[in-house]
Ligand binder design. Structure first.
Ligand SMILES: Cc1cc2nc3c(=O)[nH]c(=O)nc-3n(C[C@H](O)[C@H](O)[C@H](O)COP(=O)(O)OP(=O)(O)OC[C@H]3O[C@@H](n4cnc5c(N)ncnc54)[C@H](O)[C@@H]3O)c2cc1C
Length: 353
């Protein structure tokens, strides 16, 4: 069978990429080994324009978040599923210093429309908001498992999904087209998330993966619809709520740990001091495909322009992939330039041997 592109990985990166290529009338074959250690089914799915301890505007959020909103709204109709929710984030300050930082940000024009109203200390009786809080506008929540399952059904329906591990040794590069078992393709796009380190063509790229754990909890607490953030996030999820997440760059495995469980329970108690007992319903973890530069690795292999990477979306895959899938498809099919910070070409001189 002849296809234009083989896509390896049906996480959020591979799904957006394959969908974007199909939308343009191109033929694809998507390989995935059943979300093995995938980050996309564990993720919180928050789209947050201001992140990190220094409260900086998320990279490319001005274009990527607008594109994500449009992309997901359109996709809900096509996939016949509801997974995109506009949700404000209630950012609770942890200290007077953090409050001062927010005040500084409000006075910077590019942050002005992202930061909503200020709530003085103790505005919310059930929450720990003793240093005040701020609403973040233009934030959203993607219900990741619903989206990923809907994407999967779509690819199955179109008969493009091959649920099997992709074996790198089986790929033949000798002819004009790439050959893989009974497939012949013009190009191949690797979207394996953190498991790119098993990929002989792109494992040289400077990754810095980070394990993250999340708890699903049951309690009598009454939570507002907002995503609550105070060092950790907590949000309503159906009849339960979810709290996350931890960061661990040493133990890259998918084994839930007692220390993360304790950290997350303590975070839940801290944010909701009057909630009483929490029952743990589920404890899950995944590995974020973070990179050394915090920028994705998008682009072309330095020695063979049929081998492509669409990876390295770190802790922001749901926010960035819709925009960058369109951007990469434009580059591949129309020759438009790649984002210079996201282009993996910047790493070739230093890391490629
Ligand atoms: C705890 C946690 C919280 C997060 N919260 C957020 C958030 O709030 N907002 C946000 O935007 N992002 C969040 N993220 C990050 C987000 O999950 C990632 O950015 C995103 O999932 C990366 O997508 P991906 O497709 O590159 O990788 P993955 O989701 O890991 O998918 C890779 C896929 O490739 C498949 N694969 C790999 N190798 C092979 C092979 N050889 N053959 C076949 N298949 C293969 C895997 O099975 C998997 O399905 C979070 C992540 C974690 C862990």
């Amino acid at each position: 069978m002849e296809v234009d592109y083989i896509v390896v990985g049906q996480g959020i990166a591979g799904s957006c990429m394959a969908f974007e290529l199909m939308r343009r009338g191109l033929k694809v074959a998507v390989f995935d080994d059943s979300w093995k250690w995938a980050a996309c089914i564990v993720a919180a799915g928050v789209i947050n324009p201001i992140t990190g301890k220094r409260l900086v505007k998320s990279w490319r959020s001005e274009v990527a978040h607008t594109a994500a909103k449009k992309f997901y709204a359109n996709l809900e109709g096509i996939l016949n599923a509801k997974f995109y929710h506009e949700r404000r984030i209630l950012q609770m300050c942890r200290s007077p210093e953090e409050d001062s930082l927010w005040r500084e940000r409000i006075n910077i024009p590019e942050y002005a429309d992202l930061i909503g109203e200020y709530n003085p200390p103790n505005s919310f009786s059930d929450l720990n908001d003793s240093f005040g809080s701020y609403f973040i506008n233009r934030s959203a929540w993607v219900e990741c498992p619903v989206l990923m399952k809907a994407f999967k059904s779509f690819f199955e329906g179109k008969k493009v999904l091959i649920e099997s591990p992709f074996s790198y040794e089986t790929l033949k590069l000798d002819g004009e087209c790439l050959e893989y078992e009974n497939l012949s393709a013009r190009k191949i796009i690797f979207c394996e998330g953190w498991r790119v380190r098993e990929n002989p063509f792109f494992k040289w790229l400077p990754m810095r993966p980070a394990k993250g754990e999340v708890l699903t909890l049951k309690s009598n607490a009454i939570l507002p619809d907002h995503i609550l953030h105070r060092g950790h996030w907590i949000m309503k999820y159906r009849d339960f709520f979810r709290v996350g997440s931890t960061w661990d760059r040493e133990n890259l495995n998918c084994i839930p740990t007692p220390s993360a469980r304790a950290e997350l329970l303590s975070a839940a108690e801290n944010i909701l001091p009057k909630a009483g007992e929490f029952a743990v319903i589920e404890h899950s973890c995944g590995i974020r495909p973070c990179t050394a530069t915090t920028r994705p690795h998008i682009g072309v292999h330095p020695k063979d322009n049929r081998l492509l990477s669409f990876n390295g979306f770190g802790s922001k895959g749901f926010a960035l992939c819709p925009y960058f899938a369109g951007h990469f498809a434009d580059f591949l099919e129309c020759g438009t330039p790649l984002d210079s910070e996201g282009n993996l070409a910047r790493h070739v001189k230093k890391f490629f041997r």
